[in-house]
Design a protein around this ligand. Structure first.
Ligand code: ATP
Length: 305
């Protein structure tokens, strides 16, 4: 198996419950991989197995090319992780908490460590407050401190379980920018989420977990590729149907779907017939529609916003 994360037939059973039910994850270098699933679908259990915190019932895990959990001591220092509710000492400051994580491994000079801590605090937007005790931090600040801890060793891979949970919109957008920045500098990111919109905005590759099974795994661009149809918005849908004889596949209010993947050609026909057009675009499925089709359930299992 190659790739950054590769699992084969990964299973975790708790008694009769298969929390994770035979999944083959394939996360490649440079991906921002969104691991999407409703609450209880098995995301956290999977993340814990990847990091060697929970032993699989069966199956194999390769992390950065090495077999887990056996290679944990060698591989985990190259992986930054943030799993639900990062734990910090409330009476210590953000800097002191990070110092406890032993920034650069044994032997690193104190000054080097201090500099690295300053860097990551700055990177997550806590530069000004790193000296305050953590008990005075908001939930968003604690989450960002957790991310700072994950970044200390300049990991090749970041594994994040619901990284925006509990954050306000400002915090969410800060975390998103930070992850995109890290991605630009070559870090592979694997994040779990129950939020469709978050994954759609942030990720290049998507895996969908439904009751322990991986029902979909693909590049986002492939999943949301044009369908071969054009969407026309017009105040006179019936005239569009009359003009484009036989090419209209569906009508919904002022929205008409027309077979053909050249909006300019459709536009020319409609304008030629004197039909007003207020909008024209290639039709692409949304991630929500794709997930719905794959899970065969309503998207109330994964939240669209
Ligand atoms: P959430 O977002 O709510 O954390 P999740 O997708 O991360 O959901 P998991 O926490 O992995 O889901 O849980 C998957 C299933 O396994 C759930 O039904 C859960 O109750 C069960 N489960 C998880 N850990 C244990 C455990 N230690 N013992 C028994 N059952 C467990």
């Amino acid at each position: 198996m190659s790739g950054v994360i590769a699992t084969r037939g990964l299973v975790k059973r708790y008694g009769r419950l298969s929390a994770v039910d035979g999944i083959d994850l394939d996360v490649r270098a440079g991906d921002v991989y969104g691991f999407l699933g409703a609450n209880g679908s098995g995301k956290t259990t999977t993340v814990r197995m990847l990091l060697g915190l929970v032993l699989p019932t069966s199956g194999e895990i390769d992390l950065l090319g090495a077999r887990m959990p056996r290679a944990g001591r060698r591989v985990l220092p190259r992986v930054g992780a943030l799993i639900e509710g990062p734990a910090h000492y409330g009476h210590l400051s953000g800097r002191e908490n990070l110092a406890l994580l032993d920034a650069s491994g044994p032997g690193a000079r104190r000054r080097t460590r201090r500099r690295r801590i300053d860097e990551v605090l700055e990177q997550v937007g806590l530069g000004g407050v790193g000296r305050r005790p953590v008990k005075a931090y908001s939930l968003g600040m604690r989450q960002r401190l957790g991310l700072a801890g994950a970044l200390l060793r300049r990991p090749e891979l970041l594994v994040l379980d619901e990284p925006t949970n509990g954050l306000d919109p400002q915090g969410i957008s800060e975390v998103r920018e930070l992850l995109l920045d890290l991605h630009r500098t070559g870090t592979t990111v694997f994040l779990s989420s129950h939020l469709l919109a978050e994954v759609e905005q942030l990720c290049s590759r998507v895996g969908v977990l439904d009751r322990g099974r991986l029902v979909l795994q693909e590049q986002l661009a492939t999943l949301t590729a044009p369908t071969g149809a054009t969407v026309v918005h017009t105040p006179t849908p019936d005239r569009v149907r009359a003009a484009l004889d036989g090419r209209v596949t569906s009508m919904d209010g002022e929205r008409v779907v027309v077979r053909g993947e050249d909006p300019a050609e459709v536009n020319a026909l409609l304008v030629g017939a004197g039909i007003p057009v207020t909008g024209l675009a290639l039709q692409r499925p949304t991630l929500e529609e794709v997930v719905l089709a794959a899970t065969g359930t309503s998207t109330d299992r994964v939240e669209s916003r």
